[in-house]
Design a protein around this ligand. Sequence first.
Ligand SMILES: C[S@@+](CC[C@H](N)C(=O)[O-])C[C@H]1O[C@@H](n2cnc3c(N)ncnc32)[C@H](O)[C@@H]1O
Length: 252
Amino acid sequence: MSRTLRGARALHGDDVAVATPAFATVAPDAPSIPGYLEQVYSWAYVTPRAVETFEREWLVNAILFGNYARLRDAALDELGRRVRGLTLQVACVYGNLTARLLGRLAHDARLEVIDILPIQIANLRAKLPADGRVTLRQADASALPQPDASVDQALLFFLLHEQPEAVRRATLAEAMRVVRPGGRIVVVDYHRPWRGHPMRGLMRMVFHRLEPYAIDLWHHPIDAFMPRDVPPAAMIRETYFGGLYQKVVITR
Ligand SMILES: C[S@@+](CC[C@H](N)C(=O)[O-])C[C@H]1O[C@@H](n2cnc3c(N)ncnc32)[C@H](O)[C@@H]1O
């Protein structure tokens, strides 16, 4: 039986609160699904069919023009070769990012992963080995359940480009609120490619047709969406693949 079929009940159901043995699972407060996910991203995340279609590493890699492993590892390296303390992954992703992160977790470290969609939480649970250091919970990135300054580091991997501006601002504000002073927020996402980039026209068309909020990251740096009341201690940006992608490391 395939992994997807084994996960089928979870993929269709609301049983996110049912704990897999040795997985710490927190009962959801059941935040409602944001309109932009239902209306814009149903094809990618919301339906069982979407999960079955996109949960393929080769496909995720193709969507990123062969850069998946490089971007994943660039993000993970910022969290540490050995990841310590409490790490918060804000939103699930297709592929093996979380499994690789788990592989770097120190024995007394912890990982919390949140996502707004129960189907994505269930899909991630089916991909991970049972591990008591990991907590999966349904939550909204723009209204995180974690207390202030309770997290050592947070990871936002290709989340911000999918969010309308107000939600993106709230997500960054929430990450700044929950990460402790001196802790880090690692963002990997789209960025405006250099003039003459061979994928520039194609990506503009993809954004126009499928990902309407993503173009904001071509027009503005991540700084533009940061909360004004909590200035970060540092923000360092690195770009990849002719500028089409960026990694921004924010020190709280
Ligand atoms: C992080 S992005 C990752 C996209 C990436 N291309 C991939 O490979 O999966 C997609 C995830 O973000 C989640 N998401 C979007 N808006 C959210 C929000 N406000 N709170 C929590 N999760 C959210 C979606 O449910 C989806 O699982």
